[in-house]
Design a protein around this ligand. Sequence first.
Ligand code: ACO
Length: 376
Amino acid sequence: MPETEVVQRGLEDVVALESRICFIDGRQGRLIYRGYDIRELAEHSSFEEVAYLMWYGRLPTRAQLAELQNLLVSLRVLPKPVVELIERIPPESNPMEVLRTVVSAMALSEPGETKPGASSISGALRLTAALPTILGQFHRRRAHLPPLAPRPDLSHAGYLLYALLNREGTELEVRALDVALILHADHELNASTFAARITASTLSDLYSAITSAIGTLKGPLHGGANEQVMKLLDEIGTVDRVEAITQAKLAKHERIMGFGHRVYKVEDPRATILRRWSHKVGEAKQDLHYYDLLVRLQEVVHREKNLYPNVDLFSGSIYTQLGIPHDLFTPIFAVSRITGWTAHVLEEYDDLRLIRPKALYVGPTDLTYTEIGTRS
Ligand code: ACO
């Protein structure tokens, strides 16, 4: 092995491919989808509009958006074998494992779309439309309740809330969830998107790529952090305890979830927007308990470690106030990120190059095989 080989642990700062989907300016704290700043998208667009932008690379006209919305609505009904599968899943299962398993099983109902490298937006639409129904049906199953019929009259965010909670959200609640979905739609070559692109780069199919992505998002260093943030807030309990508990954790070199980012060196712009929504939703519910804890936590962690909030710091407080159970937070991330994942998989198919890095071998090379009976 040449001595000049350098290992970029975690592929940090390695530029692996070209993409037209998402740009992160980690120094300025800007996030751009297909040329549009997420601050504008979060202010003015809807999740469906952003999904169109992800897949087609441009904002839709009114007619194009209506067509996409109709398609998504029509695909909310799951194939019968998939419904039957959800009914057989043990109720105590981890919802991310359920999502991964059911998305994988969805492929069995769509054999035409799982040809190697089959490049089609229809698979992306089908999966995007199906995720709220899958989650909702599993969530009801574990409460021993019958599945709800999909509601064609609700937006994607409105339907997600309905499917999970069996109630229509207020305008503010639905908009809060819509904004959260917009903000999670893509984030360049994050670990789960990279996993999806690696799978697609072997000319495997979209469903396999998304199954890889869901398994990767499940990890607490990626998608699971907002759930951990809520656990920490509940452990802290009151604002006056934030300082001491945070200090104690940092002294033990524990990580405080919801802070730090591989790419952002300043505050994650998604956190800035979600902080405002956490406040808005808290105000509407007349309960700023979590918001106040988070703001104090943010002050202490910044002062002690010079770390800024990431997207996961405030999202959990919003979902909790909507009444969504903590173990559904990461699946909600997937409900949104599926648009980015699928856009990246389609982009990978269009400019395919097998992704296959190298390892620097640091083990021995000159051992001699010994018979099993002679080994100690
Ligand atoms: N709490 C305490 N210390 C931290 C944190 C944190 N959240 N994040 C980084 N640090 C410290 C590390 O301990 C390390 O300190 P050291 O140099 O004294 O050992 C230093 O900052 C650098 O940390 P790295 O792990 O090298 O930075 P990396 O770029 O790999 O980390 C990551 C990025 C994994 C997100 C990290 O900040 C982290 O673990 N955060 C908490 C988990 C989290 O919130 N994940 C969600 C990320 S956003 C997303 O995926 C949607």
